[in-house]
Design a protein around this ligand. Structure first.
Ligand SMILES: [Zn+2]
Length: 223
């Protein structure tokens, strides 16, 4: 299963420039600054591509680089028993070779001279091998859009990110579209909540974060 990446697969909270993209590899420059921003980038990327990754290695500050981090697909053979010796037959190991490497360059006079992207604050060098040897659009991928409580949490995160209710619904549907969800999935309230459900979640989220619309709590949130 190979997903040729384009800009719609890349996290929107970062500035990304695709340097190269083909069936095998995608090279991106991005305004990453540290390990924390790498984590955030990867989290969004996982959602947008319905993939899941494990950290293979993480190297903090060095002389020539700010830091680097290496992720492998959670279906890789790294740190897992091989399929034959897995008695329960539940191993995630399909020896998938998909991986993502991050290097963040240091901002110095010399790197600015030699690398025009550093000058534009795109310190992150991301190399993505997105060739998976397993399906990424099946029921397993759908577990990311888990049911009820998890789904509600997902929506709360959208709201925390500053989306309106309508934007959150649209965004969620666009994630589902990207994951090639079927018409049945869209009709399934466990994956795609009804407007009424989202409205309830929004009301509760609103009263927790902004206080009630009427009564005593209103004074607390006047600003
Ligand atoms: Zn994989």
């Amino acid at each position: 299963m190979n997903l040729k990446l384009n800009s719609s697969n890349l996290p929107t909270s970062f500035n990304n420039v695709i340097i190269e993209t083909n069936d095998e590899v995608t090279k991106v420059r991005s305004n990453l600054i540290d390990l924390c921003s790498i984590g955030k980038w990867m989290e969004e990327f996982s959602i947008l591509t319905a993939t899941k990754w494990n950290v293979r290695s993480s190297v903090p500050k060095g002389k020539y680089i700010q830091c680097k981090k290496h992720f492998v697909c959670h279906h890789s053979s790294y740190h897992k028993v091989d399929k034959e010796s897995n008695k329960r037959g539940l191993s995630k190991n399909t020896s998938c070779k998909a991986q993502v490497k991050f290097v963040i360059k240091v901002d110095t006079v010399s790197t600015r001279k030699t690398d025009p992207f550093v000058k534009n604050k795109l310190f992150g060098v991301i190399t993505i091998w997105n060739e998976h040897n397993h399906s990424i659009n099946t029921a397993e991928a759908l577990r990311y859009l888990k049911a009820t409580d998890d789904l509600r949490q997902t929506f709360e995160e959208y709201l925390n990110d500053g989306m309106t209710m309508t934007e959150a619904i649209r965004y969620h549907e666009s994630v589902m579209t990207m994951m090639n969800c079927s018409a049945e999935d869209f009709a399934n309230a466990r994956l795609n909540p009804t407007y009424r459900t989202v409205q309830n979640w929004h009301e509760k989220w609103r009263s927790t974060h902004l206080g009630p619309r009427t009564g005593q709590g209103v004074i607390m949130v006047c600003y």
